[in-house]
Design a protein around this ligand. Structure first.
Ligand SMILES: Cc1cc2nc3c(=O)[nH]c(=O)nc-3n(C[C@H](O)[C@H](O)[C@H](O)COP(=O)(O)OP(=O)(O)OC[C@H]3O[C@@H](n4cnc5c(N)ncnc54)[C@H](O)[C@@H]3O)c2cc1C
Length: 345
């Protein structure tokens, strides 16, 4: 298995600040530090900013869907480029004076005092009363030559995200086991031409083979050696006997893995492995981990069907829960206000 390509996100016109929150010139802990500035993290920060929480977002800028041309199925933003979407999210956050964005990589974290201490790769530190882990996941796909340069485009893992763009075309599912049957039958929703590529002898029983046959899905057992096509497209899949099958799109299986051991350093625990995610963080319905004050949202907690929509919802819920937990404690520090709010007062 190999991992998805990474592209830089534009951070134009967004102020970047560093260090601790200060109140009357004194350094103090942030109310919330959000680690990760993808859909989950930016959504959490928006809720925190609107609740006047002193919030730091630290983001390494490697959102998992940056390889894709557009975001499929996100209401109000359908088809928008991921980079444009994240830039717009950052611009929205810039309206909130209590939110700071920092480009950086959190390497280490520990519980300390009343909250958490995070160490950045560049040696910086941030202390926080609460932390939201919105660190996403590493998507690992089969190590087949030709996938990496087509990942998120003609090679994809989610038919709901990319199926529309290849509707009615010649499609294939690369998968040897029973999940391949399920995925091939699902992909028929988007095209009448679907082939199951088992890349070697099929492990299907006769009932599974019969279901595919009834749906008009051929099984091709020839070992796959690569893909042909230019500029992120597929024209054909190649087999080890030198032959090819014409193709436009290919659905591949993925497994999701944490990008670092930061969640475990902070004391979070992993859920039992699911069919998709190897080590999702265990959270309750409000996205609180087993560690008081530590929340997690987005792909980092997901076991099935990750999407931008569910990441936004999870980040928002985690942040609202965080705000309520601080409110329940009683505030000892004043919330920051913009100069216009101070003038109005
Ligand atoms: C190729 C591809 C295409 C997809 N297409 C679609 C689609 O069309 N529609 C759809 O709904 N879903 C799609 N998805 C799924 C969707 O993109 C994800 O479910 C969603 O974006 C996850 O958001 P997130 O905020 O949890 O994680 P991410 O978007 O991955 O963001 C996590 C951020 O945290 C940062 N980070 C991680 N660790 C640290 C650290 N230690 N310190 C600082 N920063 C850190 C990362 O660099 C990254 O910027 C796609 C996924 C992939 C891989």
């Amino acid at each position: 298995m190999v991992t998805g390509a990474k592209t830089a996100v534009s951070k134009a016109a967004v102020p970047i600040c560093r260090g601790f929150a200060t109140i009357d010139g004194m350094e103090t802990a942030w109310d919330g530090v959000v680690v990760g500035g993808g859909a989950a993290g930016l959504s959490a920060a928006l809720v925190l900013g609107r609740a006047r929480q002193r919030t730091l977002v630290i983001d390494a800028g490697a959102q998992s869907n940056l390889a894709a041309e557009g975001i499929g199925g996100l209401l109000g933003q359908d088809g928008r480029s991921p980079a444009g979407f994240y830039a717009a999210g950052r611009e929205e956050l810039a309206r909130y004076p209590s939110v700071q964005l920092l480009d950086g990589d959190v390497l280490r974290g520990e519980r300390g005092g009343d909250g958490f201490v995070l160490e950045l790769a560049d040696g910086g530190r941030a202390t926080a009363r609460r932390v939201v882990l919105a660190t996403g996941m590493e998507y690992r796909y089969p190590a087949l030559p030709g996938i990496a340069e087509r990942w998120g485009r003609s090679v994809f893992h989610c038919p709901f995200c990319h199926g529309w763009e290849v509707r009615g075309k010649r499609l294939a599912v690369l998968d040897r086991g029973a999940t391949g049957v399920h995925r091939a039958l699902l992909l028929r929703t988007w095209s009448e031409s679907v082939t199951l590529l088992t890349d070697g002898p099929s492990e299907l029983d006769s009932a599974e083979a019969q279901r595919l046959h009834a749906a008009g899905i051929p099984i091709d057992e020839r070992p796959v050696v690569g893909l042909r096509g230019s500029d992120g497209t597929i024209e054909a899949v190649g087999f080890d006997d030198g032959t090819e099958r014409p193709l436009t799109g290919m659905l591949v299986p993925v497994t999701l893995h944490q990008r670092s051991d930061l969640p475990w350093q902070l004391g979070a625990v992993a859920k039992d492995t699911g069919p998709l995610a190897a080590d999702a963080i265990e959270v309750d319905a409000m996205f609180q981990t087993s560690v008081p004050g530590l929340y997690a949202a987005g792909d980092a907690v997901v076991q099935q069907a990750p999407s931008v929509t569910t990441a936004i919802a999870a980040g928002s819920t985690a942040a609202a829960t965080l705000v309520q937990s601080l409110a329940a404690e009683g505030r000892s520090q004043p919330a920051p206000t913009s100069s216009s709010e101070r003038d109005d007062a």
